[in-house]
Unconditional design. Structure first.
Length: 266
């Protein structure tokens, strides 16, 4: 079995794959500081709760956009599972060529999404990840990462509303019954959800137009991606596990070489 770990700005998502099948997935918050022991004990507990023994884990791969958690997290894996993880970054074989102006600026999360989008759905493909930030990336028919857009995620927009305005409350993010809202909460929900839908439609249209790929497939993923995808006909596929699938693909591409991660033993 392969343990894949996606460290995002809000959550750390864990997945366990066996023969390309997702056997289990679970999460913990990434914004709370933990020691390596806390990570390790939590990880073993979550594996056990899903009927998976640590001895069944043959390898681990991590993609992280939160550098400050990496020493403790990777150290916990070495200490409690006894294996060094692969870290998505320099030295990892991806099969994707990055042809943007500065390839070193491309984050591990975008690389993983690019690999998954291209390997699973072919190219050209536009992958949209509705996470803390909403990201749009294009991989062309030759497997080249050629363009990307980053915008504030819907949760960031919602947080800005209730934190930066004196009289607006914290609300649940969901689509209201009508855009013709008549009270505060549904007014906010309408602005957030329909605003994100409108932005998504426009960015897809412009990226298709300017890239020269007017019919390229559009694949969405991420926490609130299903809500937006259901209201956006320009999105062809919603794949909730796309990033985890990408990590599993990357592990299989690299498993014949030793992990390049530094030593994390304390």
């Amino acid at each position: 079995m392969v343990l894949v770990i996606d460290v995002g700005n809000t959550n750390i998502t864990f997945g366990v794959y066996h023969d390309k099948e997702l056997r289990a997935s679970f999460r913990m918050m990434s914004q709370t500081a933990h020691t390596s022991d806390e990570y390790g004990i939590s990880l073993i507990s979550m594996l056990t709760a899903n009927g998976i023994a640590k001895e069944e884990i043959e390898g681990i791969i991590i993609a992280s956009v939160v550098p400050k958690v990496m020493h403790a997290l990777a150290g916990s894996i070495v200490k409690y599972i006894g294996k060094r993880p692969y870290i998505v970054g320099p030295g990892i074989k991806t099969g994707i060529k990055i042809i943007t102006e500065n390839p070193k600026e491309i984050g591990p999360d975008l690389i993983v999404d690019a690999v998954a989008g291209y390997e699973l759905y072919g190219g050209p493909v536009l992958v949209i990840d509705f996470g803390t930030a909403t990201t749009y990336i294009i991989v062309n028919e030759k497997g080249e990462f050629c363009a990307g857009v980053v915008s504030p995620g819907i949760r960031i927009a919602a947080k800005a509303l209730w934190q930066d305005t004196a009289r607006l409350p914290e609300i649940e993010i969901r689509k209201p019954d009508s855009i013709l809202a008549q009270e505060t909460i549904s007014s906010m929900q309408a602005g957030l959800v329909y605003g994100q839908i409108g932005q998504t439609k426009y960015i897809i249209d412009q990226m298709r137009k300017e890239s020269g790929y007017p019919k390229m497939k559009v694949v969405a993923t991420g926490g609130l991606g299903r809500l937006i995808a259901e209201e956006t006909p320009e999105i062809d596929v919603y794949d909730s596990a796309l990033t985890l699938k990408g990590l599993d693909i990357l592990y299989r591409k690299n498993r014949k070489v030793q992990p390049q991660a530094p030593e994390f033993e304390e």
